[in-house]
Design a protein around this ligand. Sequence first.
Ligand code: ATP
Ligand code: MG
Length: 428
Amino acid sequence: MSQTIQSVRGMNDILPEEAELWGMVEDTVRSWLKSYGYRPIRLPIVEPTPLFTRAIGAVTDIVEKEMYSFEDSLNGEQLTLRPEGTAGCARAAIQHNLAAQHPRRLYYMGPMFRHERPQKGRYRQFNQVGVESFGFVGPDIDAEQILMGARLWGDLGLDGVTLQINSLGQPDERASYRAELVAYFEQYADSLDEDARRRLHTNPLRILDSKNPAMQEMIAGAPQLMTHLGTDSMAHFEGLQRILRDLGQPCEINPRLVRGLDYYNLTVFEWVTDRLGAQGTICAGGRYDGLVEQLGGKPTPACGFAMGMERIVNLLRESGGEPEPELTDVYLVHQGGAASRLAARVAEGLRDQGIDVLFHCGGGSFKSQMKKADASGAAFAVIIGDDEAEAGEVTLKTLRAGQRGEQKRVAVDLAADAIMDFFDGDNA
Ligand code: ATP
Ligand code: MG
């Protein structure tokens, strides 16, 4: 026997039980986004590699080592499986002139690809919900996007998710801070880990984002960017905090929050939980006013965030809040030539009335079909044998615990009503 083929490491199948939970989360997410006026956009999974090197920055984890890049064998073009969605969304906004007439609120959902070391909450193919706005200068839109998070955690029944915010100021303010930061870390040159040593002169702010426990003490003592912010940047940050306060949204100012990508300025934020171990950030974002221009578009202020679906689903399971998936309403049991022909019509008729039907396929005795009906999670078995077929009737049998076994016969035309009556009574 030849060896079976397994999925690529870090790229997971999501099996039906879990996929149903995903579907429920996605439904909640879609109506939550609609309630804030965000509209969907669907973007390619493959983009030209230079989009990411230009947008994300050459000295970042993603561009340095996490991208799945390849050459198009037909035309030699350098392509990359998107590691995140903001760059592609900004590209699309420029390409289609989306923010020219009026500002835009957009969102997308889908898989992202990063060549990381797989572990719980960190995969090579993972899914994000990304939310972006183009054309708003903030800080009201920053606050909106932060407060949206709080509402979603509520809608999903997640608690214990807390907010951290920071301001990265503007590029010139970061430049003056950078010099001070480099001088600070240079004193500890011997104790810096390999990543930090490499970043010291290329992207020292990223050292602050290190997840290495051995580096944390040194990082905690580092000088803070906040002291380099000018009046406008401070006003923006204070404006944001005022709105959060007005709406009763608690937050922690975390001066070490710098985010993994280069394109952020001013507001950055993360929603974190302590229930997922090291991978505790479920949602992260901020302002990126320079990105559109950097990609060749007209200067356009922008703000956005992305959340990791796997982490949200994991958290939902962790907190025991996962809702029971709805299985099916009816399992249709039938035996005999005339009965099976009638059963096929009855199944379609019930579906016409909005009732979900699992139609038994593959024959077998009544007894074995009833076992399958029980295992299916259906509320009812609808049974059609020779007797029923001759009389133009069906037997309804309840399968739910509590009423299990109650049964009655009704005319074919009345079956849907009888089932609906049952569900109505159930909900009352
Ligand atoms: P981290 O610091 O955990 O590596 P990041 O800063 O690289 O995260 P972002 O690029 O901001 O993450 O992505 C936004 C969100 O997407 C993260 O907060 C997280 O929930 C999720 N995410 C990022 N990378 C992964 C991954 N490899 N597997 C699963 N989820 C991920
Ligand atoms: Mg990362």
